[in-house]
Write a new protein. Structure first.
Length: 246
């Protein structure tokens, strides 16, 4: 059995991957924020990172070509430069801290992101080059420590004056690239577990099913309701991983 997991735990991971993909399908965000707090209660930190990288790689493939056409390539290069600096630092930290630190870090980052989105907190200043490099570095650090690279980039760009099409495409390609960069980094650190790769491959099907279900459920006129549902599910997932239940 994969990673010697009980059938109940495998079922929980399948359900978490499905729900996470479904939420992303109708809200546009939330995949890692939902899946990782659950996975961190079952898998080791590096196994959890490996599984989400594997099943998340296929999702954006059909729209990558369009994303490359629409993205701000200069911004993308700057973000990726910061990423490759910050990611090894985050992974180094993860190798020396207790597994519980990863679990709690994932949950706290998820809760912080929900609060920021609900309060409408965004960066509204000028997107200077050092800020973009720094945001990429912070994303890499967060990916290494907690497996969630998205919050810094999302909070930076959601209120920017860049064209909306370019913003979406740049964030899409950057977040896809974070997975591409993470895999060899995990191998370099000796933390790429073949069983976790196989488990991630197993989770591709529920992820695809969840994405299709979320897209089918989406109705533009109910966008605010979908966001509220996404916030509630992310919050529940994050709280489930915190030591507050006795």
């Amino acid at each position: 059995m994969l990673l010697d997991l009980a059938p109940t735990n495998i079922s929980l991971l399948v359900a978490a991957a499905f729900v996470a993909a479904c939420v992303r399908g109708f809200s546009g965000f939330g995949s890692g924020l939902i899946y990782l707090p659950v996975a961190a209660q079952i898998l080791t930190p590096f196994q959890a990172l490996t599984t989400i990288v594997i099943f998340d790689l296929l999702g954006p493939l059909p729209i990558l070509r369009r994303g490359w056409r629409d993205c701000d390539r200069q911004d993308l290069r700057r973000l990726l430069t910061g990423l490759v600096v910050g990611l090894p630092i985050g992974l180094t930290i993860l190798t020396v801290v207790a597994p519980e630190v990863f679990r709690y870090a994932v949950s706290l980052v998820a809760l912080f992101m929900v609060v920021c989105l609900m309060l409408g907190l965004r960066y509204r200043g000028t997107l200077a080059s050092p800020l973009i490099y720094g945001t990429g570095g912070l994303s890499g650090l967060l990916q290494g420590v907690a497996g969630i690279p998205g919050p810094p980039v999302i909070l930076l760009y959601m209120a920017s004056m860049r064209p909306a099409v370019a913003v979406r495409a740049t964030m899409l390609l950057f977040l896809f690239a974070t997975d591409i960069v993470l895999l060899p980094m995990l191998a370099l650190f000796g933390r790429l577990d073949l069983s976790a790769v196989l488990l991630g491959a197993l989770l591709i099907l529920p992820t695809m099913a969840g994405s299709l279900a979320g897209a089918w459920l989406f109705r533009p006129e109910y966008e605010r309701a979908y966001r509220g549902i996404a916030y509630a599910i992310i919050t529940a997932s994050a709280l489930s991983a915190l030591p507050i239940w006795g």
